[in-house]
Write a new protein. Structure first.
Length: 490
C-alpha cells in the first residue's frame, strides 16, 4: 500500500472518533516530505510527543547538519535517524498492528514515499498512583500496592528483583479488548514446562474481553466447579516478588490492580507479607491462629446444629440447660435460626462493602449490635446463636485471603446441611468430603494440599514455611515450587 492508501485506511478506521488527533505536515530540508500522525487525545504524553517528535520533524530536520550516517535521500532514514529523538520507536508489521498500537496509547507515523509504518511509544493516559494496599494490609513492611498500569506494576516488581533472570513476556488477551498482559518468571527457578504451558493457555484464550485479573483467573483455573481458588491474586509487589523467587509465575494484567500468582496451594492463602517482617516466634503463633480460625469459619455453625439437635450429651449438662432455657421462647427451629442469621450477616457484609466508608462503621453498629440485641430481646433468636454467628464471622476475617474466605463462606452452608440431616455423623462426613475434595485438587500440576500430601518424604522439609515460620537464615522462603511436579507421587 502507498502513503495515500495507508492514510485513507487510517482515516476510515477512525471515522466518527471524536477523540482521535490526525495531522499531516511537511518536513525535511526543503519541506518536500509529508508525514501523517495519528493518536488518541489524553492517551499520549503530549509534552514528549510535541517536543521530541513534532517539533523535531518540523524544525530540527530542516536545519539538521549533514551526517554521514543519515541518508537524506531516504525519507525513513531521515526521520528515524535525524528527526525523532525518542528511543522507543519501532516499525509495525502491517497497518492493522499500528492501529492497535494507537488504541493502546502510542502514535502512528506514516512517511511519504515510504512503505514503512512507524509506531512511537507515547503512552501517557491517566492512571492512579501507587497507593496503600486495601485488602492485604500490613502493620509492618512496605505500604505499596499495584495500580491499574501494567508498566507501573512491572516496575514495582523489578524494583525488588534486580536480576537479569527475571523475564517478562508481553502478551495480549481478549479478541475485542486486546488487553496487555505481562508474563513474569525467574529463569532457572521456575519450571520451564509450566512456563510453556501458561504461554500456550494465554495464547489460546477465546474470550471477547479481559478487563481484570478476575476474568483471567476464571479462564485459567482447571477446576472451575470448585469453590476453592486455585490461583492466587495479590495487590502487593513484595508478595509477588517473593512468589517469583519461590519459582511461581506472575501474570500482570493491564487495567487491574491485582497480579496473578500460580501455582497456588492451600497453605499459600494463609501466608501474609507481614509474616516475614516480624520475628518468627510471634508470626508462627499467628499462623496457627489462622489455621484454627479457618477451620472454625466453616465448621462452627454445623457443629452447633449437630450438638444441639442430635447429640446434646456431648455438651456439659449446665451448658445444655442454659441453651435450652434461652431457646424456650424462640419460635424458630435451630437450623432455620442459624441459616437466617448467616444470611442476614452476609447481607450486612455486602452492604458494608457497597456503602461509603464514612458510614460503614455506623452500619456495623446498627446491624450488628442494635438489631442483634433487639432480636434477642424479642425472643426471635437465641443469644447462643448470635454468639456462634459472631465467632464464625470473626474467624473468617482472620484469614488473609478474600478468595479463601469466600470458599469457606460457601462450604459453611454445605456443613450446615449435612449436620442438619445426620447430626455429628453428618458433620464428620461433611468435613471429610471437604478434605477429600481439597486432596483431589491440583493447581497446574501441584497438589493443592502440598507439602502435607502427595509429596515424597524427602521434600517434607518444605513444611517449614507452611504452618510455622522458622527463623530467617538468609533465604526468605524455600523454593517450594521449584520442579515440585517431578517429586510428586503418582
Amino acid at each position: 500500500m502507498s502513503y495515500d492508501e495507508y492514510k485513507k485506511y487510517v482515516e476510515d478506521k477512525f471515522n466518527n472518533w471524536g477523540d482521535i488527533v490526525k495531522r499531516e505536515f511537511p518536513v525535511g530540508a526543503k519541506r518536500n516530505i509529508k508525514v501523517f500522525i495519528a493518536y488518541i487525545d489524553d492517551m499520549v504524553n503530549r509534552n514528549m510527543l510535541e517536543e521530541q517528535v513534532i517539533k523535531n520533524l518540523m524544525v530540527n530536520v530542516r536545519i539538521a547538519p549533514p551526517n554521514r550516517d543519515v541518508d537524506y535521500s531516504n525519507p525513513y532514514d531521515l526521520l528515524v535517524n535525524g528527526g525523532v529523538t525518542t528511543a522507543d520507536i519501532k516499525t509495525a508489521k502491517n497497518i492493522d498492528e499500528a492501529i492497535l498500537e494507537v488504541m493502546s496509547g502510542n502514535t502512528l507515523l506514516l512517511i511519504e514515499n515510504s512503505e514503512d509504518i512507524l509506531v512511537i511509544s507515547s503512552k501517557g493516559f491517566p492512571k492512579r498512583g501507587v497507593d496503600k494496599p486495601e485488602t492485604e494490609i500490613a502493620v509492618q513492611g512496605p505500604q505499596e500496592a499495584f495500580s491499574e498500569s501494567i508498566r507501573t506494576n512491572t516496575a514495582l516488581i523489578r524494583r525488588r528483583i534486580r536480576s537479569t533472570d527475571l523475564k517478562c513476556i508481553q502478551k495480549k488477551a481478549g479478541k475485542i479488548s486486546q488487553t496487555d498482559i505481562a508474563l513474569m518468571y525467574m529463569e532457572g527457578i521456575a519450571d520451564n514446562k509450566l512456563v510453556d504451558k501458561i504461554k500456550d493457555m494465554l495464547g489460546n484464550i477465546n474470550a471477547d474481553m479481559v478487563y481484570d485479573s478476575g476474568y483471567l483467573e476464571q479462564l485459567l483455573e482447571e477446576s472451575s466447579l470448585s469453590p476453592f481458588p486455585q490461583i492466587q491474586l495479590t495487590e502487593r509487589p513484595d508478595k509477588t516478588a517473593s512468589g517469583l523467587i519461590e519459582g511461581r509465575i506472575a501474570i500482570v494484567v493491564d487495567t487491574s490492580p491485582f497480579v496473578i500468582l500460580l501455582p497456588a496451594v492451600l497453605s499459600s492463602f494463609y501466608q501474609a507479607s507481614e509474616d516475614y517482617y516480624q520475628r518468627w516466634e510471634i508470626m508462627s503463633f499467628i499462623r496457627i491462629i489462622r489455621y484454627i480460625a479457618g477451620f472454625i469459619a466453616f465448621t462452627l455453625p454445623g457443629l452447633y446444629i449437630a450438638a444441639t439437635l442430635y447429640n446434646p450429651s456431648m455438651l456439659p449438662t449446665e451448658l445444655v440447660l442454659a441453651m435450652a432455657g434461652a431457646r424456650q421462647k424462640v419460635p424458630l427451629p435451630t437450623v432455620v435460626e442459624i441459616v437466617i442469621l448467616e444470611l442476614i450477616f452476609e447481607a450486612l457484609r455486602e452492604a458494608g462493602t457497597r456503602i461509603p466508608a464514612s458510614i460503614g462503621s455506623t452500619l456495623g453498629i446498627v446491624g450488628g449490635i442494635i438489631i442483634g440485641q433487639a432480636a434477642v430481646d424479642a425472643n426471635l433468636v437465641s443469644p447462643m446463636a448470635v454468639i456462634i454467628i459472631s465467632i464464625t464471622a470473626i474467624c473468617s476475617f482472620a484469614i488473609p485471603n478474600l478468595a479463601l474466605v469466600s470458599a469457606y463462606r460457601l462450604t459453611k452452608y454445605f456443613i450446615i446441611l449435612t449436620s442438619a440431616l445426620a447430626g455429628i455423623f453428618g458433620f464428620i462426613a461433611g468435613v471429610m468430603i471437604v478434605v477429600l475434595h481439597l486432596a483431589g485438587l491440583k493447581s497446574f500440576g501441584v497438589n493443592y494440599v502440598a507439602p502435607f500430601s502427595g509429596v515424597k518424604e524427602s521434600r517434607y522439609k518444605k513444611a517449614r514455611d507452611t504452618v510455622f515460620r522458622f527463623p530467617y537464615n538468609g533465604n526468605m522462603k524455600e523454593r517450594f515450587y521449584k520442579k515440585l511436579e517431578e517429586d510428586t507421587d503418582e
